[in-house]
Design a protein around this ligand. Structure first.
Ligand code: AHR
Length: 488
């Protein structure tokens, strides 16, 4: 039947193993992500350090492997030394035009990561910061010797080095929305010098630098500084609501869900063209379907408008399925995508919405958790053929599929992007059609626009239910993420 999608995978033909850093996160000093988010000393949910325990538990549930911090745009005007030690004074952050209390700084971030059990990934100030300031930050965190900044860490109560392995140079430093944005000609030499000085302090760090796929920017960066780098940092937001809060509807969002694959392909080709194939990989270290609403200006109305990004109804099955497609793109490109960081983790459009009375796991939380729990070590080369869904001027395959395997079994991940039609999926594994009853995990919701909120926190949650083929095909409900579990 022509309404059927066919999926082929063979356990002898793999793309490779993936790095679990692909399930990473990002948190920024912006709106209610840190203050009033994961750090809220006044909350009954907070521990004696001010860390929200419910947030920590949820981040543990997601087995968070890595957390990128402190920005984002914020970092382009952040000076780390203002937020360590006993005498902290609030500073005005010119990137976000708000007061930064500086009560959550490096020591708190490291303590929080330890509590969650994730690696810290520090993004340095590539805006109005200097190479010297970056290297001093590495010394503060990792310095073993009795030198000025390592001593300062000790005086602040941390004898042992923090051993921060992952460091980034700059955030979107090409954009005039950053403080201290750089030109193409400036960026490469600046990164080279910063990397050199940071590595003189600790030669074992893993280093990324702000890049953009498929452009003169990254070619110039790699020519000047590629020899110092392990990763290029790229960002993707596909629903641009930063100035005007008009979130895209389900169909518009989902028709765009092939974009992450194209972006990775573009970044791959620029890395290859610069001669760094196999040496430099991609850190997709900010990603989310939707950008944040943060209209320009520091008028109280504009700052207040940022609250719109918290509205629960914005984050629906469109977000859940776009996120699944994003993770599929990273996984099928796992030879070159080393890390991905959902941006952000808490509040605005993150998977966790934190409020005075608790937390809400948004639809995307469940997508992340399904991937973390069920994707198996080896990603198989997966071919998909089937019907498309169409919208204004665009079309996309109805089903996105990814098959992964390990010694214990195989997971067949099927994303039915269609808002209304079920998807009939015929799955060929090692040359044979998969049939019979299979354990399955399904995330769907009662409509494409279903969302979780304070009043209805479990409107969208995954169901565990066995699934049986119907005449050789598994029927996936509309707007659903389904994982079939096939034991060995
Ligand atoms: O909207 C949030 C911002 O998006 C981040 O600070 C920045 O890195 C990206 O442009």
């Amino acid at each position: 039947m022509n309404d059927k999608t066919r999926i082929w995978a063979d356990r002898r033909i793999g793309v490779g193993s993936f790095d679990r850093m692909i399930f990473g996160h990002f948190i920024e000093h912006f709106h209610r992500q840190i203050y009033g988010g994961l750090f809220d000393p006044g909350s009954p949910f907070a521990d004696d350090r001010g860390f929200r325990r419910d947030v920590i538990d949820a981040m543990r549930e997601l087995r968070t492997p890595i957390m990128r911090w402190p920005g984002g745009n914020f970092v382009s005007d952040y000076h780390w030394h203002e937020a360590v030690g006993p005498n902290r004074v609030a500073s005005y952050n010119k990137a976000w035009r708000v007061a930064e209390p500086n009560s959550f700084g490096t020591d708190e971030f490291i303590a929080w990561c330890r509590e969650v059990g994730c690696a810290p990934y520090i993004c340095t100030n590539g805006g109005n910061g200097t190479a010297e300031e970056m290297a001093n930050w590495v010394e503060y965190c990792n310095g073993p010797h009795p030198t000025r900044y390592a001593n300062q860490r000790r005086e602040n109560g941390h004898d042992e080095p923090f051993a921060v392995k992952y460091w980034g140079i700059g955030n979107e430093s090409y954009g005039d929305w950053q403080i201290g944005a750089k030109t193409v000609a400036e960026w490469g030499p600046y990164v080279a010098e910063s990397a050199k000085m940071m590595r003189r302090v600790d030669e074992n760090i893993v280093l990324s630098a702000a890049a953009v796929p498929d452009s003169d920017w990254t070619m110039a960066l790699l020519k000047a500084a590629g020899r110092h780098l392990d990763l290029i940092s790229i960002h993707g937001y596909w629903d641009h609501i930063s100035q005007v809060h008009e979130p895209a509807d389900y169909l518009t969002a989902i028709l765009n869900s092939g974009s992450p694959d194209r972006m990775i392909a573009a970044a791959r080709s620029v890395i290859g063209a610069a001669g760094f194939d196999g040496k430099i990989r991609i850190a997709f270290d900010e990603w989310n379907l939707r950008a944040w609403h943060h209209p320009n200006g520091n008028h109280p109305d504009k700052i207040k408008a940022r609250d719109l990004s918290d509205l629960p109804e914005t984050y629906t099955m469109a977000d859940a399925l776009f996120s699944a497609a994003f993770l599929n793109a990273c996984l099928r490109n796992c030879d070159i995508v080393a890390m991905a960081n959902m941006a952000p983790s808490v509040n605005t459009r993150g998977p966790l919405f934190v409020h005075a009375g608790g937390i809400v796991r948004r639809t995307t939380f469940h997508t992340l958790k399904m991937y973390v729990d069920h994707i198996r070590e080896r990603i198989l080369s997966t071919r998909v053929e089937g019907p498309e869904i169409r919208g204004e001027g665009a079309s996309i395959a109805q089903v996105d599929a990814l098959v992964s395997a390990d010694a214990a079994g195989t997971t067949v991940t099927l994303v039915n992007r269609d808002p209304a039609r079920p998807a009939r999926c015929e799955v060929w594994l090692d040359g044979e059609v998969l049939t019979g009853a299979r354990d399955a995990t399904i995330l769907s919701g009662d409509s494409p626009d279903a969302f979780n909120s304070v009043d209805r926190p479990d409107a969208v949650t995954p169901l565990e239910a066995p699934m049986r083929d119907e005449q050789g095909a598994y029927v996936i409900p509309p707007h659903a993420l389904c994982m079939l579990h096939v034991p060995s």
